[in-house]
Design a protein around this ligand. Structure first.
Ligand code: FE2
Ligand code: FE2
Length: 263
């Protein structure tokens, strides 16, 4: 893979952040949370719990990314980044479940989730599907996650939610970087493949983010979550300002996908 050796900042030593380390860093007191009424607390507990399940499912998507990268002969640094990401997402699930429990006012136990399905792209060979899955999951999905969490963080006034989102977002930035590093080192044929598939990948990634019917239309502001009404413009903006420029930066033309950038 081209320029693979110069890719830095992708991998972090596994195990350097444990779930208990992350949970211990969260604030114990939250006066903003304490002022909420019962219905708001329940709505936010549900959203944080759904987020925990989503994070757990995302750990399996990264397991698939790791598997794909091994199959593609990716350099160790990318493999280490993907392996670390599996652990990161598991930790995120525990953080979100902990926060959900604080909003619920009781221990909610452990989250459960269905593993994400293996990558299937119509008309693509197994190798091509691996390439497209890495790009879909890292550049697009994690790119949207960074933008989403950035907006959640900016609007978070509750200390617990603010600290939890901040902790998770740091890792999601690394996860998106993994995809850009992968593309920067990809063979010309793989970049062409991604360029041709980009409109479909963008449609699919937007669908993942916008078709989740567990999102309530609105949520109490300041608690690290956005309602569906805020999500749609955010995804459009992230595509336009963050994700598509990322593709351009690594030399993948986005000409064919600009129509998708409209809300
Ligand atoms: Fe995550
Ligand atoms: Fe992530």
């Amino acid at each position: 893979m081209r320029d693979a050796n110069r890719l830095t900042g992708v991998a972090r030593a596994p195990g350097t952040k444990t779930a208990s380390w992350a949970l211990e860093r969260l604030p114990i007191d939250d006066p903003v949370l304490d002022t909420l009424g019962e219905a708001d607390r329940r709505a936010l507990a549900d959203r944080w719990q759904a987020r925990a399940a989503n994070e757990l499912a995302t750990s399996t998507a990264f397991a698939e990314v790791y598997r794909g990268l091994v199959g593609l002969g990716a350099p160790f640094e990318l493999l280490a980044g993907a392996a670390t990401a599996v652990e990161d997402e598991l930790r995120h699930a525990r953080i979100c479940q902990h926060v959900a429990g604080r909003y619920a006012g009781r221990d909610l136990g452990e989250p459960s989730a269905r593993p994400t399905p293996p990558p299937r792209f119509e008309g693509a060979s197994e190798r091509q599907a691996r390439v497209l899955h890495v790009v879909l999951h890292t550049c697009l999905n994690e790119g949207f996650a960074v933008a989403y969490l950035g907006a959640c963080l900016e609007r978070a006034t509750a200390p617990l939610a603010h600290a939890a989102v901040q902790e998770i977002m740091r890792d999601e930035i690394d996860h998106a970087r993994l995809g850009w590093a992968f593309l920067a080192g990809a063979a010309p044929a793989d970049r062409t493949l991604v360029e041709q598939a980009l409109p479909e990948l963008v449609r699919f990634a937007k669908h993942i983010w916008l078709a989740d019917d567990r999102y309530p239309e609105t949520l109490p502001a300041g608690h690290g979550c956005l309602g569906r009404d805020e999500l749609r413009p955010l995804v459009a903006e992230a595509l336009q300002d963050l994700v598509l420029p990322g593709f351009e930066h690594v030399g993948v033309s986005t000409m064919g996908v600009r129509a998708e950038a409209r809300p």
